[in-house]
Design a protein. Structure first.
Length: 327
């Protein structure tokens, strides 16, 4: 081996030794020990528990053995709102390193999903627990949003909201079976889920009144319920007069037609003169064609309308206004 080859070998060996000491030594270093910190947790009720009435709540704060902080007290919260605090004492602490405190929570008048949390105070500061989600048992109810009477042949949407009976909290993801019974046509049934705010809806083609029944299926923390709502359709009234004017004291004749009108529906005829409405006739209709007559008394401008009472097929409807003059 030449002198140059020996020098190169010595240099390479030196570099390898340096890398082993400087560059690779961290790979073999012992890991740093974890830093112990105080902790606190809600220990009762259990997460996702369904509760009611007076509920026992427990929270435990723990001080690691290697720390020497003094234990002070624990606060507990419902939905972020402070409820109560209690001091740690000899009766609640184990070897001055653990503090378990009990509280009572009156859930009367509440329903739905809530979160519990605790904060543990000690001489060196404080620490907060994670959230524990619980559910308060409640009945349920359905509130329908009123809709205006629609015209025949148009679509309308009926909205409803499922709520807890105790405090009206919306119930999300509730299963609702909807039954749509039109006065004319076939009944249909569909199953929906409420959205995050408890709402559901159903869209219908309105050719007659529709009775919508919502049946809420019981869930893990709420009971079943049932409610109905009638969405009304205006009666399709068309009317005509025999003439547009006549001499005062004579009788004006006319007729109206209402397709699909049930027999014995109450009909009221009214006229308006000088801003006041007067009823001049009322009877039960038989069939879709309805003749009428009105005897005039004064000279002036008359307005006539037919009012159809609410029935199984149509909502209460005021028909188109007919106008004529007397001289």
């Amino acid at each position: 081996m030449s002198l140059n080859q020996g020098r190169r070998g010595l240099l390479v060996a030196s570099l390898l030794a340096l890398l082993l000491v400087v560059g690779l030594s961290p790979l073999f270093a012992s890991p740093a020990s974890a830093v112990a910190t105080p902790s606190v947790a809600i220990t009762a009720p259990a997460a996702e528990a369904v509760v009611s009435g007076i509920v026992d709540v427990s929270a435990t704060g723990v001080m690691p053995a290697e720390l020497s902080y003094e234990l002070y007290y624990i606060y507990w919260y419902v939905d972020g709102s402070s409820q109560e605090s209690k001091y740690c004492s000899a009766s609640t602490s184990l070897d001055s390193k653990q503090c378990t405190l009990g509280f009572t929570w009156d859930t009367t008048g509440l329903s739905g999903t809530h979160t519990l949390r605790a904060r543990f105070y000690y001489s060196g500061g404080s620490v907060e627990s994670g959230d524990v989600t619980v559910h308060i048992w409640s009945g349920s109810r359905v509130d329908f949003e009123p809709v205006a009477t629609s015209r025949r042949g148009v679509y309308t949407t009926v909205w409803g909201q499922v709520k807890g009976t105790a405090d009206g909290q919306p119930i999300a993801n509730a299963k609702v079976v909807l039954t749509d019974r039109p006065a004319i046509g076939s009944t249909r049934t569909l199953t929906v889920r409420t959205d995050s705010s408890g709402w559901f809806s159903i869209r219908m083609l309105m050719n007659s009144n529709h009775r919508v029944t919502a049946s809420v299926r019981a869930g893990s923390w709420f009971g079943s319920s049932r409610a109905s709502y009638v969405a009304g359709v205006a009666a399709p009234i068309t009317c005509r007069l025999n003439s547009s004017s006549l001499r005062a004291g004579r009788t004006m004749y006319g007729s109206c037609r209402i397709p699909g009108l049930p027999h014995w529906t109450q009909i009221t005829m009214q006229y308006q003169l000088y801003s006041t409405w007067y009823t001049f006739s009322s009877w039960s209709a038989y069939g879709p064609s309805i003749p009428f007559s009105v005897r005039t008394t004064n000279v002036g401008r008359y307005t006539i309308r037919m009012v159809v009472s609410g029935n199984a097929v149509f909502a209460r409807t005021s028909g188109p206004r007919m106008r004529f003059s007397t001289y």
